[in-house]
Design a protein around this ligand. Structure first.
Ligand code: BTN
Length: 270
């Protein structure tokens, strides 16, 4: 997978896909105006990308019960048995001011975080760049890829057990089921997630990024703590993040450096 200059990975070329098992037309204003539900796909990101040739597909959401070639950030494999996770990708054609990776990542992380709170009553924290955590464990991952359109892929853990995470070598994973102590219906949960994605997107494009930016900052889990920031160019800096916004991150590592968010690949505890 190549990378665009904006640091968002480019998605692969269009791929053929089977017929969806269902199509929804919710009353969404942007995100999820059409929802295509598939039993199985290689990757929902690939199918959403293949819809980008037609701008009329703006806001389409592709959902799969199972992915045979699901992927995460940095080319990692993303696997989940049917019914265990929500696997979805939204196709967007955002205005240039919104198309920035940091803004889209914040949009998805804040909206899905709100959906998780609506479903479980529990708040999430954001781990740079785009993991959602509960109690320090990962409940959701986001993968944004760019081509003719922008594809925002979301994998939300729903019904895995704690034992299942351990057995599959993911001891730092957690699901809504573990958080709330009950099973979650995938389609009911999907409707809640779609509503929050759509509401937050409308707020972003109508009202600008300020409100989103402040909630993204509040939920970031390492503000003012000792961290190591890994930059896209390979450099690592130790310090504390003193302030952060879409236009810059102030990192105090003896001297204060202002970093553009797109230049920061990873932030981890020092
Ligand atoms: C990560 O945490 O590394 C990002 C994980 C993103 C996984 C989702 S599942 C739906 C969509 N389709 C994919 O192939 N990946 C994303």
């Amino acid at each position: 997978m190549g990378r665009s200059r904006s640091n968002i990975p480019r998605y692969a070329a269009a791929v053929p896909h089977p017929e969806p098992r269902a199509v929804w037309h919710p009353e969404s204003r942007h995100v999820g105006r059409r929802v295509l539900l598939f039993s199985e796909l290689p990757s929902t990101n690939d199918t959403a990308a293949s819809l980008a040739a037609d701008p009329a597909n703006a806001g389409a959401v592709v959902v799969a019960d199972f992915q045979t070639r699901g992927r995460g950030q940095y080319g990692r494999v993303w696997q989940s048995r049917p019914g265990a996770s929500l696997l979805l990708s939204a196709l967007l054609f955002p205005h240039p001011a919104v198309r920035r990776p940091v803004v889209l990542t914040a949009w998805a992380a804040v909206a899905v975080g709100d959906a998780i709170r609506a479903l479980t009553g529990v708040s999430t924290r954001i781990k740079w760049p785009n993991d959602l955590l509960v109690g320090g464990k990962k409940v959701c991952g986001i993968l944004i890829e760019q081509g003719a359109g922008t594809v925002v892929g979301i994998g939300l853990n729903l019904n895995q057990t704690a034992a299942e995470f351990t057995e599959t070598g993911l001891p730092d994973g957690i699901s809504l089921g573990v958080i709330a102590g009950k099973a979650f219906d995938p389609e009911d949960s999907l409707r809640v997630v779609l509503r929050h994605l759509d509401d937050e997107y409308v707020r972003l494009i109508d009202g600008g990024p300020g409100w989103l930016e402040s909630r993204w900052r509040e939920r970031f889990d390492m503000l003012n703590e000792p961290v190591i920031a890994e930059l896209a160019g390979g450099e690592s800096i130790r310090g504390r993040i003193m302030e952060m916004g879409f236009d810059g991150i102030a990192l105090d590592g003896g001297e204060i450096r202002i970093l553009t968010p797109e230049a920061v690949r990873q932030v981890r505890k020092a």
